[in-house]
Write a protein that binds this ligand. Structure first.
Ligand code: XBP
Ligand code: MG
Length: 255
């Protein structure tokens, strides 16, 4: 028998908001300028770098695959850690200036999930401070308390596409995979959530539109609003123009 849906787990970057292009990328570039480095990641390069999740891991990937001639006398792990810490400060400052809005339908659907007596949680690769700053700047100062679990960053050894962060989230929630539903935006995210056996819906974005979402229940362009309809790109369709809690329950039953 299919288990009842209890909790909807949201990825953060690219799913709740367009944080990659407008947030993380800008923050990395500001940290590079501060450090006197001439690296600047344009939108195209950043799209390629997104193959690797995790900011520190992404800088390391840039150096190994895009800038192998970079010559550094000091300790490279320390340089990466310092750059990442500065980048996080810039990113949080960007959010605090309200530079980034939630994607269509996110705020409405989270409110409806809670009103329906279901719960919400987060599973992300980014740092807890980044998640908290995004939630506060978009949903309100106390909205962090709405989430039963905020599973984030280095709390697990292996980042997405490993399933560790979703496994950890389920453990914290005390729920089985079939009692949850995930929203993801990327192939790495879907590999991770499906690796934890959690039924998954995709809301893709410009960076992830050509990703392989095999195994996802449905792929939409976004969650949708009454005045901003969503489109189902693949998989199980919904009845209306935007995703509701009833749709989530129906989609979950296909998982
Ligand atoms: C998010 C990421 C993160 C952010 C940067 O992936 O890949 O690396 O780009 O975050 P997902 P940090 O949406 O799949 O969780 O710099 O804080 O690591
Ligand atoms: Mg994402």
């Amino acid at each position: 028998m299919i288990k009842q849906l209890k909790t909807v787990i949201f990825d953060v970057d690219g799913t709740l908001a367009e944080t990659e292009r407008d947030g993380h990328r800008i923050a990395f570039n500001r940290a590079f300028v501060d450090a006197g480095l001439d690296w600047q990641w344009d939108e195209d390069v950043y799209g390629k770098l997104l193959a690797v999740t995790g900011g520190k891991e992404r800088i390391r990937y840039f150096l190994s695959d895009f800038y192998p001639d970079f010559n550094y006398e000091g300790n490279i792990a320390e340089l990466i850690a310092d750059l990442h810490a500065e980048k996080t400060k810039h990113y949080v400052a960007l959010l605090e200036s309200n530079a980034i809005a939630l994607r269509p339908g996110v705020s409405r659907l989270i409110a409806e999930i809670r009103e329906a007596g279901l719960r919400v949680a987060i599973a992300t690769t980014t740092t807890p401070e980044n998640v908290i700053a995004l939630i506060k700047s978009t949903l309100g100062e106390h909205a962090v308390e709405w989430f039963d679990c905020i599973a984030a960053g280095d709390v697990v050894p292996a980042k997405k596409p490993a399933s560790d962060i979703f496994d950890y989230c389920l453990e914290q929630l005390g729920l089985s995979a079939e009692e949850c539903l995930v929203f993801e935006d990327s192939a790495n995210g879907v590999i991770s959530s499906l690796g934890a056996n959690i039924p998954t819906i995709v809301t893709l974005n410009n960076y992830t539109q050509h990703d392989d979402f095999s195994g996802a229940i449905s792929v939409f362009n976004h969650i949708g609003e009454p005045d901003n309809p969503c489109t189902c790109i693949a998989g199980v369709e919904i009845k209306g123009d935007y995703i509701t809690v009833d749709d989530l329950k129906a989609l979950h039953a296909h998982g």
